[in-house]
Design a protein around this ligand. Structure first.
Ligand code: PLP
Length: 438
């Protein structure tokens, strides 16, 4: 006899990611950068939910495109062709770095990264992929194993073997004990070469990296670092895969983070912003050589919902919206955000660092006397003051993101956020830090 279900009114959808806050918000409505919960409370969404609603919550063009596609045909097998899917692939070929021409569509960023790694291993006939400590590439078995963030890895490693993923240190001052950008780029590049040689260059299929660390702290690389990385890939015949799941579609200024770094990757993975999160869509854009290798060698994998036509319709409309002034406006957003965040930071001696680019910023906190981070790994007993700042902001009507590790917060509004919204969000952050730290 099946057990009788309880008639409890508690929600039965299990929310993702651990949060010391046992009652996450239940969000019912949205308009541009504002959302409302089920009790009618209003919030400025300064984390774009999960760094993905780049165009805000009420873009008519994207909604209409999805409705039109639903009216024509909502779904077409991913093993067949769909004009909407082809149209988005063509648009992507125009906006991605010149090296990339073809796109294999998927559903989530985690899956896109796993597919890119499968392509790389097959193409290179080599087993290992290098990724950075303090990176985030996803939460499925494969993508979780590639991730350098300790909380995600610990969760994955409890269940799965994680072979074939070796790690290197990110180009951040703490890792190399220098904050001189030129020196940092040099020593971090040397370190990466050491890791490649230590693994054995022939065994390394690819380096998978975020151009700007996302949830792990919004670290832009020092100038010149990515030139080293590209040179090393060329010298040792390693593919360079850019994980642009967060940084893509204007989040960090250009269409893609690698364009700001002026390097050409061999593959680029994307998700989140491609549809401004109006529908789940992800993909891997690859060079013509890799595309032809995959096509000729009959790469026999697929996903039912990969490149879902309604998501591709949303993607086509979103790309047009981004082209229509949104990407060009990110430089201005960066200036406004940076200046207000710095202003708040300068008032609080618990702020250790502010960094970021475009619409992706981190504020890191540390004890002003001991200089130690408020690091509170995984088991958050509710005492972490940085989590308390986030909760305080939420109670005052502003949503911000939690960094990994959680001694930092991430600020990442829709790219259409206005100066009054930025002012309001930063005033709330200021008051919330005062409320927690005095
Ligand atoms: N890569 C990066 C850089 C991410 O930030 C994320 C998610 O936050 C992922 C991959 C995984 O994407 P998804 O959550 O869609 O699986």
């Amino acid at each position: 006899m099946p057990q009788q279900h309880s008639d409890s009114t508690e929600a039965v959808s299990i929310h993702h990611w651990y949060d010391s806050d046992s009652k996450p918000l239940s969000i019912t409505d949205g308009d541009d950068a504002t959302v409302w919960d089920e009790d009618g409370n209003e919030y400025l969404d300064f984390c774009s939910q999960l760094y993905c609603t780049n165009l805000g919550h009420s873009n008519e063009a994207v909604i209409t495109a999805m409705e039109e596609q639903a009216g024509k045909i909502p779904y077409v097998s991913s093993a067949k062709r769909s004009p909407t899917r082809d149209r988005l692939a063509e648009k992507l070929a125009r906006i991605t770095p010149e090296s990339l021409s073809h796109t294999f569509f998927s559903v989530s960023g985690s899956e896109a990264n796993e597919i890119a790694v499968q392509f790389a291993r097959e193409y290179q006939d080599a087993p290992t992929v290098l990724t950075r400590w303090r990176s985030y590439h996803g939460g499925t078995y494969g993508a979780g194993a590639l991730t350098g963030d300790p909380e995600t890895r610990a969760t994955i490693e409890r269940h799965a073997a994680t072979s074939g993923a070796a790690k290197f240190l990110p180009p951040i001052p703490k890792a190399f004990d220098t904050s001189d950008p030129k020196e940092l780029a040099r020593v971090a590049g040397e370190h990466l070469e050491f890791v490649i040689r230590n693994e054995g260059p022939d065994s390394v299929a690819a380096i998978l990296t975020e151009p700007i660390a996302g949830t792990s702290g919004a670290f832009p690389a020092p100038p010149g670092y990515f030139d080293h990385v590209r040179d090393l890939c060329d010298e040792y015949d390693i593919l360079l895969i850019a994980d642009e799941v967060i940084t893509g579609f204007g989040r960090c200024g250009d269409w893609f983070g690698v364009q700001t770094e002026d390097i050409e990757p061999d593959m680029l993975t994307f998700a989140k912003g491609v549809t401004s999160a109006y529908a789940p869509l992800a993909g891997v854009s690859v060079t013509p050589e890799i595309a032809s290798f995959i096509q000729k060698n009959g790469f026999d994998i697929g996903q039912t919902f990969g490149g879902h036509p309604m998501a591709c319709a949303a993607g086509c409309a979103a790309v047009e919206e981004y082209s229509d002034g949104v990407i060009d406006g990110v430089a201005d957003l960066e200036e406004k955000l940076a200046s207000r965040i710095q202003q708040v930071a300068s008032k609080h001696d618990v702020v250790r660092d502010v960094r970021g680019r475009g619409g992706l910023w981190a504020v890191e906190f540390a004890d002003p006397e001991t200089k130690t981070s408020f690091y509170d790994p995984r088991v958050d007993d509710g005492q972490n003051p940085v989590a308390a700042i986030l909760h305080e902001c939420r109670d005052r009507g502003v949503l911000l993101g939690s960094g990994r590790p959680n001694f930092q917060i991430i600020i990442s509004p829709p790219l259409i956020a206005t100066q009054p919204e930025i002012d309001q969000a930063m005033d709330v952050l200021d008051d919330s830090i005062t409320a927690i730290f005095g």
